[in-house]
Design a protein around this ligand. Structure first.
Ligand code: ADP
Ligand code: ASP
Ligand code: MG
Length: 403
């Protein structure tokens, strides 16, 4: 069997942990399996590197940022190879160039396009454990790129798909996917299984346990994922197309504190304005989430929407550059907001879900700023200070707690 194992930052956060992961990989190898290991940077390395960059140049170019960030993963793979070799097992570390992980050209948020697997397959055929840098790729200019925060999960899934792996295991610092972030909701319950669609919506709504693109890719290529702990042997959560247990109404609650609300005030109430506004953002790869447009008055209207907090300043700059085309009077940005979402395939056929969510918020005195819904998700925008309280209240209201 060929097994891809991915270990996140905390799991390789110290020398002891690296040795422990090495042991786990060697055990798999000694069962006769081919083992491909994908690693994140050690502990908080990526954050530390970003802070260092910011201190030197707050407007550092995205290319140089990627050049810097890729060093984090390169350190952990080399150390892991050394740890495995010290156990007298052959191992080799490869970075994105050596493993030929081709991506789109946009630095900081590139997408994997193609992996040339010859080198990896060759190393495996020599019975080596192959350890590959997560999160990074190479673009057509021959530069390093990165896949966005949390992107190592996506590297692992892409490799599992390209190598036709028999299993793809994501090892992290919790026991699996829970009904809510177990660090915020103390009585959250571990799920045995979850569908790709539900996991994708949870991940996109702030459940950082999996990078959302990794779930998208797993669904596309039918890669069954197992999310489990690197610290113990408990079973974990299986992410796949269909689950066997009866569908619960709601699978989980997610919180995203990194949202910002932008309000564009006093634009003309005429065709084409929304197009011009969102086109400017789309052309610059800025993702827009909840959108709210006021009813026109005196031939003008207001449009509010949410973006990723990190993209907010750039969005405002772009909007102001296009002020005349968009016909706005003023624009403002609020960063202390959070999105709270519930996700569940069962809600499609159940009309009372939204009102139950809103009632839970009302009961704890949380005001709702904006609302958006899809077939299997309802998201509300609240004040950031209310986010955790809201998440707990909703989790309780739907009876998701450990029984
Ligand atoms: P890694 O470094 O292993 O990739 P991450 O920090 O990216 O780890 O993801 C694991 C974290 O995700 C957990 O520590 C937990 O706080 C958070 N998390 C958020 N939502 C959930 C959820 N629904 N289930 C499990 N963990 C969650
Ligand atoms: N090291 C990267 C990050 O911290 C990628 C990852 O951990 O998945 O975002
Ligand atoms: Mg992660």
């Amino acid at each position: 069997m060929l097994i891809v194992k991915k270990f996140g930052g905390t799991s390789v956060g110290s020398n002891e942990r690296i040795v422990r992961v090495a042991r786990r990989c060697v055990e798999e190898y000694q069962k006769g399996n081919d083992v491909v290991v994908v690693l994140s940077a050690m502990g908080k390395t990526t954050d530390v590197l970003l802070e260092q960059a910011r201190a030197i140049n707050p407007r550092a170019s995205k290319r140089e940022l990627d050049m810097l960030l890729t060093t984090g993963e390169q350190t952990s793979v080399a150390l892991m190879a050394m740890a495995i070799q010290a156990m007298h097992v052959p191992a080799i570390s490869l970075n994105a160039f050596q493993a030929a992980m081709h991506t789109t050209s946009n630095y900081g948020n590139a997408r994997l396009k193609r992996i040339d697997t010859e080198r990896i397959l060759h190393e495996l055929s020599e019975r080596k454990i192959v350890i590959i840098t997560g999160f990074q790729g190479i673009n057509k200019f021959g530069d390093y790129t990165t896949l966005g925060r949390g992107g190592s999960d996506t590297t692992a899934v892409a490799l599992a798909a390209a190598l036709h792996a028999d299993a793809c295991e994501i090892y992290t610092d919790v026991d699996g996917v829970y009904t809510a972030d177990p660090r915020i909701v103390k009585n959250a319950r571990k799920l045995d299984e979850i569908t790709y669609d539900e996991m994708l919506d949870l991940a996109t709504s702030g459940a950082g346990v999996l990078h959302n693109r990794s779930v998208e890719m797993a669904k596309k290529y039918g890669v069954v994922l197992v999310v489990r702990s690197s610290l113990n042997d408990s079973e974990g959560t299986v992410v796949k197309e269909e689950v066997s247990v009866e569908r619960m109404l709601i699978s989980g609650v997610a919180l995203d504190k990194k949202a910002a609300r932008i309000s564009v005030m006093g634009v003309k109430d005429e065709p084409g304005i929304a197009f011009k506004l969102f086109n400017v953002l789309a052309k610059n790869n800025i993702n827009v989430d909840i959108i709210l447009q006021s009813i026109g008055r005196d031939n003008t209207k207001d449009i509010s929407f949410t973006v990723d907090e990190d993209a907010a300043d750039e969005a405002i700059e772009l909007i102001l550059e296009n002020k005349n085309r968009i016909t706005l009077k003023s624009v403002n940005c609020k960063k202390d907001v959070a999105k709270v979402s519930i996700v569940g395939a069962g809600m499609v056929s159940n009309p009372g879900v939204a009102s139950k969510m809103f009632e839970a918020l009302y009961n704890v005195g949380v005001n709702i700023n904006m609302i958006s819904t899809s077939e299997i998700r309802i998201t509300v925008l609240v004040e950031e200070k209310d986010g955790e309280k809201a998440m707990n209240a909703i989790h309780d209201a739907f009876g998701l707690a450990e029984s």
